[in-house]
Design a protein around this ligand. Structure first.
Ligand code: ZN
Length: 278
């Protein structure tokens, strides 16, 4: 265990990302390789207490490379599990093709009050570029290669993609007002999640909202598999939201209407969705 303790210069210690309390209880069953998972005693938020310094996310911990590395590592030890998991994915893919559009697109079309849509951590832009051409799409992306690809796509319809981490990106486009901001598999990576949500709130149009998808720490799979749950990623995931802690951080950052129907927070699903309006 001790040989993998993260070097001191790459980590920063932090208080609860939701209520800022420094009082926590350690969760050893969820901690691994020196990465310290804790639960806030005040608001019950679960988080990585010693995350990599945020500026490293743009380079050393850039997600694109680490995702593949993590996938290979995980597959090596669990071929039996992945036999079924791969088939399930293929079935989901078939259903998706039948449904035509990914959930993100259906939810944006249904819940966005307007056509200016921003994707935070947009990758190469492949998700929101599936929106109808009447939408103007924007992105913020820390990987320079992906940001460039996304920018080429988005600029065809008057949008753009900024190469930056979230907060820096919001500062660069704070003159634009967005009707909807997508944070898909993003907020669990962000050790300054509250600052990011406040920045998102400040660039929303009057009726605007955010659509968020994060791993659901309250799901059955997480309870059963603990540190082996695929939602536990060391040190990439620094926030482990449940339906109630996700609602709490949204209301603390000024979102007034939070929409999270039961079908978006089922304990049988590894993921959690929410729409919140300013
Ligand atoms: Zn707290």
């Amino acid at each position: 265990m001790t040989e993998n303790v993260p070097p001191v210069e790459t980590v920063s210690r932090r208080n609860c990302p939701v209520c800022h309390s420094g009082a926590y209880t350690s969760l050893p069953a969820y901690s691994k390789d020196g990465w310290h998972i804790v639960q806030c005693l005040t608001c019950k938020m679960v988080y990585l207490e010693n995350p990599p310094a945020q500026n490293l996310l743009k380079t050393d911990f850039a997600w694109e490379g680490r995702k593949d590395e993590e996938r290979r590592r995980r597959r090596a030890g669990r071929s039996f599990y992945y036999f079924f998991s791969d088939r399930l994915k293929r079935l989901r893919g078939m259903l998706r093709r039948f449904n035509k559009q990914p959930k993100e697109i259906r939810y944006i079309v249904k819940y966005s009050p307007g056509r200016n849509v921003l994707d935070v951590g947009c990758g190469d832009g492949n998700i929101i570029s599936q929106l109808p051409d009447t939408y103007v799409t924007y992105g913020i992306e820390p990987s320079p290669q992906m940001a460039e690809v996304a920018n080429d796509t988005f600029s065809r319809h008057g949008g753009l993609c900024i190469h930056d981490v979230a907060v820096g990106g919001f500062a660069q486009i704070n003159k634009t007002r967005f009707d909807f901001i997508l944070m898909r598999s993003f907020l669990e990576h962000d050790s300054e999640a509250m600052v990011t949500l406040q920045a998102a709130h400040s660039v929303l149009s009057e009726q605007g909202g955010v659509l968020i998808k994060v791993p659901n720490f309250a799901c059955w799979n997480a309870l059963l598999r603990k540190k082996n749950w695929p939602g536990m990623r060391y040190p990439d995931h620094v926030n482990y939201f449940t339906p109630s802690t996700l609602k709490a951080i949204l209301s603390r950052t000024g979102f007034s209407r939070v929409y999270m129907p039961l079908s978006w927070r089922l304990p049988s699903s590894d993921n959690l969705w929410v729409v919140a309006y300013r």
